[in-house]
Ligand binder design. Structure first.
Ligand code: FAD
Ligand code: NDP
Length: 453
């Protein structure tokens, strides 16, 4: 064989590990290069530790609700260091599982940061390795706007390792990470504000969902400052941060978490001399088979900046493994990708928003339901749930399902199959509910809330 490997994967994150394992399973000689811990963003500083912190932050609320059910736990105490230590141990366990999975699949793990020498060769530390195919699966990293004092902010990379829980936090941004961490801090009793530059958080989600969840988040105690920016940050002698807002207001917090988006990891890879075409934000430009502009160099996952979600990176990894070493798979279908935001309450959705559905179909039947979940009644909690189905009026196909409320992701994952299968409202109506659940509302919505004609 003229090369050391059939396939070299740069990055052992969600996409890279799945690709390497699947390709090795198909008989290819594979190596994966990783400069950080195995598992990438999702395992180390993303989905997994985030969800663990979300769980932690839900306990005070549950303890509050428990009062209505007859329980009294006294005044609870909380140990941030114990939580972080336990979380770190769990992540170490997962790193080990990833290592085992790769070893068992026969994938060689090369530790270090990779840089291209030529289109078939990469350098890691002092060694070079060649392969017939090289796949860039290097993910992304947080973007921080360069405002005066930006060196005092932290990002999602650092938030998981804070030595202590701050008392006052300002979270900047209105996307996934910002609302999730605003919920985590607020749930853990931190005085939390969310600073967002536009008028309504979570751009891209259904507008009615955005308004509903924004109200619920505010009601839970987060101060949402919309149409606001932080222009300057000054560190004071006692370590606190003085904030100068765009509106002219001033404030003081102990921590600023910047959750202002992510940029693809293509710097320092040595791509420029090879002529690999990049998008303006540095993402690798690929075709429908994930091939870059240079033959035999491909890219998957966050680094191509299509849909930055772990299950999408996994699907792209599987696709590339099969297209290079197996049978040509069907093109990847990016329609109706379900997603959840683990803010509090959770959001989950699949399919179109009302705004995109109107543009696509013109006429719609919209079914909605907002109610106080049963669990909140005895605890006297005002928090509400919201469910929404978007139906194309012409053929009655359900083209979008949205939910705000506890376990929304668990519920909408099942609904996603129905939406993906193109089922009609009549088929939803013919389905018998499971009682008493919140999810049964999705099959008992009989009268449209409004008809768009
Ligand atoms: P990554 O997982 O980022 O892996 C890239 C790997 O490449 C890294 O390990 C990196 O160290 C390595 N690397 C980079 N450059 C080099 C180099 N030159 N040489 C060697 N190695 C290199 N998605 C969800 O679906 N659900 C969630 O709940 C969710 N929560 C998230 C929470 C946070 C805080 C963040 C930041 C992201 C979250 N995501 C979530 C998104 C998800 O983590 C990413 O979409 C996913 O990890 C992308 O996988 P990837 O393989 O493309 O890249
Ligand atoms: P998002 O793209 O979701 O949100 C970025 C936010 O930052 C937006 O509100 C954006 O505002 C704002 N912003 C961007 N630039 C600036 C700036 N210069 N000044 C002020 N605000 C700014 O990115 P995240 O970083 O939250 O997350 C990255 C991706 O990771 C997500 O898109 C998602 O794909 C994935 N992820 C998934 C999760 C899940 O599945 N639960 C959880 C966490 C992350 P505007 O709206 O005006 O553009």
């Amino acid at each position: 064989m003229p090369f050391d490997f059939d396939l070299l994967v740069i990055g052992a994150g969600s996409g890279g590990v799945r690709l390497a394992r699947t390709a090795a399973g198909l008989g290819a000689k594979v190596a994966v290069v990783e400069g950080g811990p195995l598992g990438g963003t999702c395992v180390n500083v993303g989905c997994v530790p985030k969800k663990l912190l979300v769980y932690a932050s839900e306990f005070p609320h549950m303890a509050q609700l428990a009062g209505g059910f007859g329980f009294d736990f006294g005044s609870p105490s909380f140990d941030w260091s114990r939580l972080i230590e336990n979380k770190n141990n769990e992540i170490l366990r997962l790193n080990g599982i990833y290592e085992n999975l790769l070893h068992k699949a026969g994938v060689e793990i090369i530790n270090g940061w990779a840089r291209f020498v030529d289109a078939h060769t990469i350098r890691v530390n002092a060694s070079t390795f060649s392969a017939r195919y090289v796949v860039i699966a290097t993910g992304g990293k947080p973007f921080v706007p360069h405002i005066p004092g930006h060196e005092h902010v932290i990002t999602s990379n650092e938030v998981f390792f804070l030595p202590e829980l701050p008392k006052r936090v300002s979270v900047v941004g209105g996307g996934y990470i910002a609302v999730e961490f605003a919920g985590i801090f607020n749930g853990l009793g931190v005085q939390t504000e969310l600073v967002y530059r536009r008028d309504l958080i979570l751009r891209g989600f259904d507008n009615e969902v955005r308004r509903f969840v924004s109200d619920q988040i505010e009601q839970s105690g987060v101060a949402i400052r919309t149409e606001e920016t932080i222009e300057e940050i000054h560190k004071q002698a006692d370590g606190s941060l003085q904030l100068n807002y765009g509106s002219g207001d001033r404030g003081e917090v102990d921590l600023v978490l910047c959750a202002t988006g992510r940029i693809p990891n293509t710097h320092n890879l040595g791509l420029e001399p090879l002529g690999v075409q990049l998008k303006p934000n540095g993402a690798v430009l690929v075709d429908e088979a994930f091939r870059s502009s240079v033959p035999h160099i491909l890219a998957i996952g966050d680094v191509i900046d299509r849909v930055a979600l772990t299950p999408v990176a996994l699907a792209e990894g599987m696709f590339v493994a099969h297209s290079l070493f197996g049978e040509t798979p069907e093109p990847l279908d990016y329609d109706a990708i379900p997603t959840a935001v683990f803010c509090q309450p959770n959001i989950a959705c699949v399919g179109l928003t009302e705004e995109t559905a109107v543009q696509k179909f013109g006429t719609l039947d919209i079914y909605t339901s907002a109610f106080r979940p049963m669990k909140h009644t005895l605890g006297n909690d005002p928090g509400r749930m919201f469910l929404k189905l978007i139906v194309s009026a012409k053929d009655q196909v359900v083209v979008g399902a949205h939910m705000v409320g506890q376990d929304a992701g668990e519920i909408v994952q099942g609904l996603a199959i129905a939406i993906k299968a193109g089922l009609t409202k009549r088929q939803f109506d013919r389905t018998i509910g499971i009682h008493p659940t919140a999810a049964e509302e999705f099959v008992t919505l009989r009268q449209p809330t409004r008809q768009i004609r």
